[in-house]
Design a protein around this ligand. Structure first.
Ligand code: FAD
Length: 415
């Protein structure tokens, strides 16, 4: 089997890729193989999904979206992409609280890695989950609901507990978002008013190439009507862009969602990129470190110190914010969080040589995004997650024979 991830930096080592069409077939696949991993839409850059055994994709399972208007929830098939789900929600008059930068990713794959968008008061996509149906190593489906003992450990679980077959998501009445891009802000002006800048809308992203260590090239402000207040962005030097922009300098803006302050449906503004185009740069690698929000000044100082090393390898760096959550392996567990994301040129050797320097320089609160490239060792990661050992015990209890373990998890001491 020769299958690669989306970026092409990884060829899966799996002996086979199975695509069951029913829960019964899925159970047969799981119980027949000593090593199984669920595969989403393959957008992770790390080998998190890989296995030497069987990869199982849910892409051919029935596509279910059951909306409970009274409870304001939607029970959805785990293999659906957000891009397939959101028009159906919107047509029924509902929305999600947030989306990632792209709609191309599967719901289960995104949730399992703690994938996030931006927003001071909005949690990662996993915080929208109120229930999950998990097929465990014995082929039985276990339903976990928010408030139950294992739930907080099972939502962001790196695919280690089993194959999620359905997720129940919190939904809310549909809403509009307008997106405006500002250029020319300066770090020295942004840091003293960081709360004002990231609070300029419901979801704010700062982009920099680190070519000029003092500059923030673009600030993207996404806000519901009447909720944009960009005074702090302007006070930090930001001026409204005179046309649409792509976050990567020099790239045409067609793949990007509508800018210019024009309101539109939530799902057509919250992601940066449109479903029908290749998102981001295309040929690339990504890394991200999620820090305690209180460490933002120290983190920026650390990155400015490495700017001359980072810039030659980089397309663009994005800074986003997340509300704290209670999900054990969530990078935003227990603290207001800032994500420092790097879209790298596809130079694996160069990136892997630089990452240890970035990891050493960043504050000790930095937790690597599990779906992206990092070099941090298991002990350092474990120390940064207060509930790590409880997750390890949950994994041991739910998958005692290690059917869902792989080299990636073993490297982290999980199996
Ligand atoms: C262009 C681009 C932009 C991105 N933007 C963002 C962003 O804005 N924010 C962010 O946080 N991340 C971002 N990412 C990273 C991406 O969201 C994560 O890597 C995410 O996990 C990808 O989801 P996937 O469906 O491709 O999962 P995969 O990469 O296929 O799998 C990821 C993990 O999920 C597990 N998994 C998948 N399906 C299931 C299931 N049904 N049951 C149990 N486990 C399962 C897999 O076993 C694996 O461990 C981006 C990636 C790309 C390529």
């Amino acid at each position: 089997m020769v299958e690669t991830n989306w970026a092409g930096n990884l060829t899966y080592r799996a002996a086979e890729l199975r695509k069951p069409e029913s829960l019964g077939e899925l159970a047969d696949v799981i119980t027949a193989s000593p090593r199984v991993r669920a595969l989403g839409s393959r957008h992770s850059f790390s080998p998190i999904a890989d296995t030497e055994g069987t990869l199982v994709s849910l892409a051919q399972m029935p596509r279910e979206i059951e909306i409970d208007t009274g409870a304001a929830t939607a029970r959805v098939s785990a293999g659906l992409r957000y891009g397939d789900l959101v028009p159906a929600l919107d047509a029924a008059g509902f929305a999600l609280a947030n989306l990632a930068s792209l709609p191309h990713i599967s719901v289960a794959g995104a949730v399992q890695t703690g994938t996030h968008g931006s927003g001071d008061r909005i949690g990662s996509l996993a915080t929208q989950v109120v229930g999950l149906d998990l097929m465990t190593a014995d082929g039985e489906v276990r339903m976990l609901r928010r408030g139950e003992p294992d739930f907080d450990g099972a939502v962001v679980a790196l695919g280690a507990l089993g194959v999620v077959t359905h997720l129940t998501l919190q939904i809310e009445p549909t809403y509009e978002i307008a997106q405006t891009v500002y250029e020319g802000a300066e770090w020295d002006e942004v840091l003293p008013r960081f709360d004002g800048v990231t609070g300029a809308g419901d979801s704010v992203s700062l982009f920099t190439t680190w070519q000029d260590a003092g500059a923030i090239d673009q600030v993207w402000v996404k806000a519901r009507p009447g909720r944009a207040h960009a005074d702090a962005v302007r006070a930090a030097g930001g001026r409204e862009a005179d046309g649409p922009r792509h976050p990567v300098p020099g790239v045409a803006p067609e793949p990007c969602t509508v800018q210019g302050g024009m309101p539109g449906p939530w799902h057509s503004r919250l992601p940066h990129f449109r479903l029908e185009f290749t998102p981001s740069a295309g040929a690339e690698l990504q890394s991200e470190y999620l820090i305690d929000r209180r460490d933002i000044a120290a983190a920026v100082e650390a990155l400015r110190g490495l700017a001359s090393k980072i810039a030659p390898l980089l397309y663009v760096c994005e800074v986003r914010t997340m509300a704290a959550d209670d999900l054990w392996l969530s990078p935003a567990f227990g603290r207001e969080t800032v994500g420092l994301h790097f879209t790298w040129r596809p130079d694996s050797a160069g990136v892997e040589a630089l990452l240890p320097r970035i990891e050493e320089a960043l504050p000790a609160s930095a937790r690597p995004h599990s779906g992206k490239v990092f070099t941090m060792d298991a002990d350092s990661i474990r120390r940064r997650y207060p509930r790590w050992d409880e997750f390890a015990a949950l994994r041991e209890r739910m998958d005692p024979r290690g059917r869902f373990t792989n080299d990636y998890l073993a490297r982290l001491g999980l199996g």
